[in-house]
Design a protein around this ligand. Structure first.
Ligand SMILES: [Zn+2]
Length: 60
């Protein structure tokens, strides 16, 4: 069976829903809100190794 001009399979990857990030250890990275000196700060934390980064993308 030849796949001719089927463009639909590409679209399945482009859905921007809830973004999930994973730490190199395999744990899931979750956003967390911290209060520091009255200011709120969002950080990303790995649920497995408790590594903390400023952005989820820093785990990549
Ligand atoms: Zn981790």
């Amino acid at each position: 069976m030849a796949q001719a001009g089927g463009g639909k399979s590409k679209n399945s990857r482009t859905a921007i829903t809830a973004q999930k990030f994973f730490c190199p250890c395999g744990g899931e990275v979750k956003m967390k809100e911290l209060s520091q000196g009255g200011k709120r700060k969002l950080i990303a934390e790995c649920l497995e190794c408790k590594r903390i980064e400023r952005r989820p993308t820093d785990f990549m």
